[in-house]
Every structure is written in structure tokens, then in C-alpha cells.
Design a protein around this ligand. Structure first.
Ligand code: NDP
Length: 403
């Protein structure tokens, strides 16, 4: 039915390519393009061997609007799925505007020289996308992405008013490496080392990085120390659900991970300020990325589960109510299905689902720029169950937070 162009051939791009190929009735022609074509070719070979579907590949520098425009014009996709890095969001959106092509991504724009992510840059495209009659769906991964769909679903079906939201994200898996990040190391370390932030009573409260933490018990995993981080979906969630008095995001880290991170930070390896080294300008964090394991290389021996969900307290029919909705994914199962670990899988599957809805569901086809919680959550929730991310819910259980 539709041609789709995937940009980025890392851990997430591989999953998106596999999942689109597994749904060839919707994605009738697929092209995977990235900076390094050999990575696209390797994924294409796996997709052909595992699912019997041929996908095209190409090299592109997505920082260049002109290169992106040329590629889009030659392939003429209905939709571009951007799973390269957040730095490429704006050039790819510009190329989509110029060619009147729909756009989707899994992470909001972040300038390369400042470790700061926020939606303002992409929300500024609202009118231009609307006027061009094309749609941009922002952040259709797991978090951002499914966490907003979970919140919208809770709001629609379980609450008259939501008051407290805690997004809890646990990786209880073990990849056997002393230190590695589960998605792009540069983006991941920039996210974790910046100050934490959460929403309370109409304002953002800023805290030193990783300074607020507590143990949380995760289904099928157990108790894990969980840290308050700033996470991008909080910005759009508190905008679209103004009854929330507090919204926080918690993520688990093991002590060994934090110790490695502290050491790397203390010796200056997480800095994004270029230094001069043997006559060259080197960004320490970019160099660190080059020596760490690539996220897509972690999958083969990974075992254990991830668990990501939303814990909400609010009011229904005049009474207090709590609601917890979550998904657990198993690293080894993900490897078996699409040769990826669960962090890439839980991002790539929602990217495919967002794309599928944009191509097939009238509720998900609206000119303009949208976050996932702004659209009807019901078909998204149904597709999660069908495509490998089944969810569970608990009503009126005791939640591990103070209110
Ligand atoms: P990787 O680093 O594994 O892959 C990124 C890919 O983008 C690589 O193939 C890289 O090419 C390519 N790329 C980088 N720069 C360019 C460029 N200028 N032009 C073309 N291609 C480029 O990252 P992940 O797959 O782990 O993550 C992909 C995206 O998903 C990131 O934006 C990340 O923030 C997001 N994400 C979202 C999550 C969510 O839940 N919403 C969770 C996890 C990740 P090369 O191979 O040459 O380096």
C-alpha cells in the first residue's frame, strides 16, 4: 500500500526495518538509508534471510537537507521514519516540507553543541506542516512514545482527572559487558549526566543529576534502585494533561554503571567541549562513543527483561483511583525475533506502529505536528498487543510513591 523510507541503521533502525518487512501488506516498499551504507546492507541481508522481503538501501548524510531532498525525490516515499540521531530531526523535517512528505521520529531535536533537548524547535514547524498538508508524528518510540499513549489511554478510560504520574523504566537485563549503553552512547550519556527535572504544582523542579532515587519493585524483575531523570515526554505530557499536579520519570541504574559514569565524568570523558589532541579537535564524548560497544552489538548474549510503565493516581467518579499500565520485554526473545536487544526492540516496534497508523488509520492522519498523546490511543494500544509489546494493567493497586 505505501512506500516508506527509514533513516538510520543502528539498533533501532534495524528493528524498524525488520518490523516493517514483517508487515509488508502495509509497507509495500521499504528503503533503509544511513550514513554508512554497509550497515544498511547487513540489515537488509538479515531481513531477506529471516522474512523473505527485499528492502532497498542507500547512503545519505541526513544533516544535509539537499541530500535528503534528493533521496526522497528519487524514492518518493509516503513517509520518512527518522531513527538516526536527534541532531538530524530538523534537516529531515525541512526535507519533508520541501518534498511534501510525512515525517516521524523517536526522539526530540537536540543541538549538537548544547546538551539540551526540548520540543520548541519541532513544535515551531506546526503551521508549516499544516499548510503543506503533511503530518509529523514526534517521539513514537517507547519513552517517548508508548508512555504517552499509556497516559492518554488512562486519561480516556480510567480517570475524570489525573493528578500524579510516575513513569518507571527498568532494564533488568545483563549484557555481560563491564559498561555499555543500550542506545546511542552519546545521546544516552548526555541525557543522564544533565540535571534531573520533574513537574510539580505548575513548575519544573531542577535537581542535581541522579540525586533523587529509591528502590522500586518491577513486575517479573524485582526491586531495583530507580533515579529521577528529566525525560522529554514530560514536557508534552504536562502541556496536554494540565490536571497533573506532579509528573516524574524514573530509570534504573546498577551501582557499577553509576560508578563507571562518575569516573568517566570526573576525568572529563563525558564533555561535549572539543579539545585539541595531537593537532586535531576531538570531542571527548564522541571519542568515548567510538570505544564503547555499539548498541546493536549487545543483543546476542543479552538476557533478562525490561519493564516500562506509567503509574497514575487521580479521581474517577468522585473517588481516588490508581492505575498502572506496563510492558515487559525479554532481551533474548527480541534477539530471536529480529536480532536486537529489548531497548532497541521496544523503540523500533512503536516506531513501526506509529508509521502503520499514519498510513492506515484516519485518526492518525492529521496535517500538523503531533505528539503521541494527542491522538486516539485505542488503535495504538491494540497494535502493541499484536506486534510484540503486550501490556498489562493493575487497577487500584498500591503504588510506590508518596502523595
Ligand atoms: P545508533 O547510534 O545505534 O544508530 C544511529 C544511526 O543513525 C546510525 O546508523 C548512524 O550512522 C545514523 N546516523 C547518524 N548520523 C547520521 C547522519 N548525519 N546521516 C545519516 N545517518 C546518520 O542509535 P540507536 O539506534 O540506538 O537510536 C536511534 C534513535 O532512537 C536515537 O535518536 C535515539 O535517541 C532514539 N531512541 C529513542 C528511544 C525511545 O524510546 N523513544 C529509546 C532509544 C533510542 P553510522 O552507523 O554511520 O554511525
Amino acid at each position: 500500500m505505501s512506500k516508506v523510507l527509514i533513516i538510520g541503521a543502528g539498533g533501532v533502525g534495524g528493528v524498524v526495518a525488520h518490523k516493517c518487512a514483517m508487515n509488508a501488506h502495509v509497507f509495500t516498499e521499504i528503503m533503509l538509508a544511513s550514513r554508512t551504507k554497509s550497515k544498511c546492507d547487513k540489515i537488509a541481508a538479515d531481513v531477506l534471510a529471516m522474512h523473505g522481503v527485499s528492502i532497498k538501501t542507500a547512503a545519505v548524510d541526513a544533516d544535509s537537507v539537499a541530500e535528503m531532498v534528493k533521496l526522497i525525490k528519487s524514492f518518493q516515499p509516503k513517509l520518512v521514519i527518522n531513527v538516526a540521531l536527534p541532531y538530524q530531526d530538523l534537516p529531515i523535517m525541512d526535507a519533508c516540507l520541501e518534498t511534501k512528505t510525512n515525517y516521524m521520529d523517536t526522539a526530540n531535536y537536540e543541538p549538537k553543541d548544547v546538551a539540551k533537548f526540548e520540543y520548541s524547535w519541532q513544535w515551531a514547524y506546526q503551521k508549516r506542516f499544516e499548510d503543506a498538508g503533511i503530518m509529523a508524528l514526534l517521539g513514537s518510540g517507547f519513552d517517548p512514545g508508548v508512555t504517552q499513549v499509556f497516559t492518554a489511554y488512562a486519561n480516556k478510560h480510567h480517570f475524570d482527572e489525573m493528578h500524579y504520574l510516575d513513569i518507571i523504566d527498568c532494564n533488568g537485563g545483563d549484557h555481560g559487558k563491564a559498561f555499555a549503553t543500550n542506545f546511542n552512547p552519546e545521546i544516552n550519556i548526555r541525557e543522564i549526566t544533565q540535571p534531573g527535572r520533574y513537574w510539580e504544582n505548575g513548575q519544573w523542579i531542577e535537581i542535581p543529576a541522579l540525586s533523587v532515587h529509591k528502590p522500586i519493585d518491577y513486575p517479573n524483575i524485582g526491586v531495583k534502585e530507580s533515579y529521577v531523570l528529566y525525560h522529554e515526554e514530560l514536557e508534552s505530557i504536562v502541556k496536554h494533561f494540565p490536571t497533573l499536579k506532579r509528573a516524574r520519570f524514573w530509570m534504573t541504574f546498577g551501582q557499577a554503571y553509576i560508578t563507571h559514569l562518575n569516573v568517566l565524568e570526573n576525568v572529563g570523558m563525558t564533555s561535549i567541549k572539543p579539545i585539541s589532541f595531537q593537532g586535531m579537535q576531538v570531542v571527548p564524548l564522541e571519542f568515548l562513543k567510538a570505544v564503547l560497544p555499539a548498541p546493536e552489538s549487545l543483543g546476542e548474549n543479552y538476557h533478562g527483561q525490561t519493564s516500562i510503565g506509567c503509574q497514575i493516581k487521580g479521581i474517577k467518579d468522585g473517588a481516588d483511583k490508581t492505575y498502572y499500565v506496563w510492558n515487559n520485554s525479554d532481551h533474548a526473545e527480541c534477539w530471536k525475533e529480529v536480532k536486537a536487544q529489548a531497548v532497541s526492540y521496544t523503540t523500533g516496534v512503536p516506531a513501526m506502529i506509529g508509521a502503520m497508523l499514519m498510513l492506515t488509520d484516519a485518526d492518525w492522519q492529521k496535517p500538523g505536528v503531533w505528539n503521541c498523546e494527542q491522538l486516539n490511543p485505542d488503535p495504538y494500544m491494540a497494535l502493541l498487543n499484536q506486534h510484540g509489546l503486550p501490556w498489562n494493567e493493575q487497577i487500584n493497586g498500591v503504588l510506590p510513591h508518596e502523595y
